[in-house]
Design a protein around this ligand. Structure first.
Ligand code: 13P
Ligand code: SF4
Length: 302
């Protein structure tokens, strides 16, 4: 593995490339990654980098967002089939239908959506800034897509806003039930329960903290507690165990993984860097429209 890491690091220098990795990636990807984080952090990095090539170790909507924000850079996705099941739950035609059914209401899209879908939305958000950016709209009613659970979580946090949600979800986070939380709490009464907002509301309501991937990792960093139940993808648990060996992390399930996120290997990264394959292309007209809602998000989350 050391040889592989060295070859990737040499190629990165040679080609002025940067590697961005989402926290759900296999943990060994961090050996070559320049930046590791959640969707918001990685999109901020993509918007600001002066590298010539961005290798995005993540899923396709993340690489597309990087391309939209940095159109002159070459963006490479190590595994071209790494998609997001939630993003695939709404296409261009369906967003138009959703808007036609509820006319004249601002449309907020979760960043977990395709460029085509974003091009029809007013504002984008990630799980870490959703409440803040939706608040900046000062609207009484919004449409939110594709994640119904994050949309309803935002509505609950803001209180004075009606959120009409599209019926999409993350099939990984949606598996978790309130009964599982109750059982694990009974088993580990001293643990704090940290939940990603893609879980159902009944699960989020039982949490000690609800937040994005980075939010959960920051919570652990700043907490004096010694034990935590982690209610999100396994990549977060793997990184927390690596970074805080003195603390205890209990995954809500043994193997709660996003299969697409786990497709990437170090060999794939070497391959795309060497051959500059799997380049992300976003149609110019779509990108011009989509960048508006992403820029608006970045501005509102400063
Ligand atoms: P974050 O916003 O926490 O990075 O989440 C992205 C994601 O796909 C979670 O399933
Ligand atoms: Fe998409 Fe869910 Fe995987 Fe995140 S965990 S990338 S929302 S399928």
């Amino acid at each position: 593995m050391q040889k592989l890491v060295e070859r990737i690091n040499n190629l990165k220098k040679e080609k002025k490339a940067v590697i961005l990795a989402h926290c759900y990636q296999p943990v060994e990807i961090d050996l070559v990654a320049d930046y590791v984080g959640d969707s918001l952090y990685l999109s901020q990095v993509a918007a600001e980098t002066d590298a010539e090539i961005i290798v995005f170790a993540g899923v396709s909507f993340m690489a597309q967002t990087a391309k939209i924000l940095s159109p002159t850079k070459k963006v490479l996705l190590p595994q071209k089939d790494a998609g997001c099941e939630m993003a695939d739950m709404i296409n261009y035609k369906q967003v138009l239908e959703f808007k036609a059914k509820h006319p004249d209401i601002p449309v907020v899209c979760y960043v977990n959506s395709t460029a085509e879908v974003k091009s029809e939305c007013d504002l984008c958000c990630t799980s870490s800034n959703a409440v803040q950016v939706v608040k900046s709209l000062k609207a009484e009613k919004i449409l939110f897509l594709p994640d119904q659970h994050l949309g309803k979580w935002v509505e609950k946090q803001l209180g004075n806003l009606e959120v009409i949600t599209y019926p999409g979800c993350c099939p990984i986070h949606e598996q978790i039930s309130p009964e599982e939380i109750a059982n694990i709490r009974a088993k580990y009464p001293d643990s704090l329960v940290l939940v990603h907002p893609e879980c159902e509301m009944s699960v989020s309501l039982m949490a000690d903290y609800v937040g994005s991937t980075a939010g959960i990792m920051n919570f652990v960093k700043n907490s004096d507690n010694k034990s935590f139940v982690i209610v999100t993808e396994k990549g977060v648990v793997d990184r927390l165990e690596r970074d805080y060996p003195e603390k205890e992390f209990i995954p809500i399930r043994d193997n709660l993984v996003c299969p697409s996120m786990k497709m990437t290997t170090l060999e794939d990264i070497l391959n795309v860097l060497e051959n500059e394959t799997n380049e992300i292309v976003v149609e110019k007209e779509i990108a011009i429209k989509a960048v508006k809602c992403i820029d608006r998000m970045l501005e509102a989350s400063k």
